[in-house]
Design a protein around this ligand. Sequence first.
Ligand code: BGC
Length: 249
Amino acid sequence: MSEVLGIDFGGTGIKGALVNTETGELTAERFRIPTPEHATPEAIADVVVQIADHFKWKGPIGCTVPARVEHGIVRTATNIHALWIDTHVEALLSEKTGCEVHVLNDADAAGVASVVFGSGQEETGLVFFLTVGTGIGSAIFYNKVLIPGTELGHLRLKGAAAELYASDRTRLQQGLSWKKWAKRFQKYLDRIEFLFAPDHIIIGGGISRPTKVAEYEKHLSTKAKLSFASLENEAGIIGAAYYAANQKK
Ligand code: BGC
């Protein structure tokens, strides 16, 4: 069995678990540490070290960051501390943990988990994975190959970044009904379909929980096949671990 420690850096919590990267199953219970208030690279690196220590881990680590990551370097920071910009996160985390660390965008990781182990497993062609939570993240796959680093939450919609108009955070902050939020999200999906004509759109993130989907699914309509991610909370961890396992030198 090939085992990797997967770590998902989220807005409220940093979660880690050991993952069997052949099956996508967690091999040990998930461990979560609340995201520090000042989530600087150093502060997050300390948390990653605590998670690795918790599992007494010395092997490869896959870790997500909720920003664009280009060849191990963070390039944007819309929802994270500005100090992240231009941080070589792979070098930082590898040095702090003493492990081989591979880092990718959070939406890319959750998307990978979905097309390899989750509800996108059977899908080929052009698949868009959209994760909706604090922001909107995107992962694009063509015949299951990831086109990394897309940032489709930042498409302009109503004069601003789409994620400011149609994320789950905006729904909560503005007290939108499910119907009103779905109307906004539909506009976003229309824009995605107009620009890219995907074959299949998978919605992930907090918004893909079945109880939530039941509230808004009826208000959405797409030409693409529309489905909802099944791995929820664990998708980032599993995708990060799988990614690291397949980057190993
Ligand atoms: C970031 C993306 C991230 C998404 C979801 C956006 O604000 O720019 O990189 O994937 O939020 O966390």
